[in-house]
Design a protein around this ligand. Structure first.
Ligand code: EAX
Length: 342
């Protein structure tokens, strides 16, 4: 009898120990560290994203971690978790709101589910080119949009870059929008993305990024759309034969932190993190742009059949989406984004 009780006690101690070590995914765990100048508290932040460890999201966040450590004299340590280890994009945004995750780097598309205003960024061909996108995102309009997230418990630090999205598929070459007729395409969980492909006769299926490779491999879906750095670093060329250079959406990638955690930081720590987010943004954007330039050749070498398209034809074919969502987004908001690029 006594032996049984002793064993149960030991098991209880082990289980309790495991919980203490694991800790939670967020809340900015502080650990006391002793130093010559007495106790200096270290703040440990966890940031999650869904892409591969070779994607610029990862290398950009590693740069961010380096800069934060430098600017806070080692007081703030950032750990980066790739490949949906901390959840898919919608789950991580929800975790920020609850304060159970510290930071995440996501596309704007899932944010539209938290703040309707973000829908404007997902309109097809809304941005002429990268420079026009940066002008809007880094200017007053983009900053106001990030600030609008604070009512939902999220602090937006800066817009990093996912990039211009292109269509891949396993069935046939795509040149004209009509070539997508009946094609089952995975989209992000965003109603404008789905409507844009429905408008040209495709059959959109919203799906978390982490499930996409398997869905393509098992041909549950025929197609997907993403920028070249994702198509390469997530090995989509292994399961997709055709690449059409549509560039139909520009995906910005806001770096987000839990508002309740942000508010707990001193102004000095906030300034250091904000500065690092901007400096690492420029590094990450440049990395995406460089990869975009070199990857077309690489993907052809990997066996993908690449088709160039007439972007005007695609823009016209997807235009009904503007009418469909004008009331929800606001004609003035759409016009503001178009004017801010002039
Ligand atoms: O933000 O889901 C997607 O296709 C996105 O490009 C990805 O989540 C990166």
């Amino acid at each position: 009898m006594f032996k049984g009780k002793k064993l149960a006690l030991v098991a209880l101690v082990i289980v309790l120990g495991m919980f203490l070590v694991a800790g939670c995914g967020g809340g900015g765990e502080s650990t006391e560290t002793s130093s010559d100048e007495g106790k200096a508290e270290t703040i440990n932040l966890k940031v999650g994203h869904v892409l591969a460890p070779t994607h610029p999201y990862q290398t950009g966040l590693e740069k961010f971690a380096e800069l934060v450590a430098e600017k806070t004299d080692g007081k703030v340590k950032v750990d980066v978790f790739h490949s949906s280890q901390l959840g898919n994009e919608r789950e991580m945004i929800e975790a920020l709101q609850m304060g159970t995750l510290d930071m995440t780097l996501v596309s704007t598309a899932p944010l539209a589910g938290f703040s309707n205003a973000f829908l404007v960024f997902d309109l097809p061909f809304i941005f002429e080119d990268r420079e026009s996108a940066y002008k809007v995102l880094d200017g007053e309009f983009g900053t106001d949009m990030l600030n609008s997230l604070e009512n939902s418990g999220i602090k937006g630090l800066a817009y990093w870059e996912n990039g211009f999205r292109n269509v891949t598929n396993s069935r046939r070459p795509v040149v004209h929008p009509s070539d997508m007729e009946g094609m089952k395409i995975r989209t992000m969980e965003n109603k404008i993305h789905m409507a844009s492909f429905r408008t040209i006769g495709a059959d959109p299926t919203p799906m978390a990024f982490g499930e996409l490779f398997t869905a393509l491999q098992q041909q549950t879906v025929d197609a997907q759309e993403n920028p070249l750095p994702i198509i390469f670093t997530s090995n989509f060329f292994e399961v997709q034969d055709h690449l059409a250079m549509t560039g139909h959406f520009y995906a910005a990638a806001p770096l987000l932190i839990s508002k309740q955690l942000w508010d707990s930081f001193s102004p000095e720590i906030q300034d250091a993190i904000q500065e690092a987010a901007i400096e690492a943004r420029d590094f990450e954007r440049q990395t995406v742009s460089d990869m975009d330039a070199e990857l077309l050749g690489t993907l052809k070498e990997k066996g993908m059949q690449v088709t160039e398209v007439d972007k005007k034809e695609w823009r016209e074919a997807m235009k009904p989406v503007y009418d469909e969502f004008e009331a929800e987004i606001g004609a003035d908001v759409i016009q503001k984004v178009l004017d801010a690029q002039k």
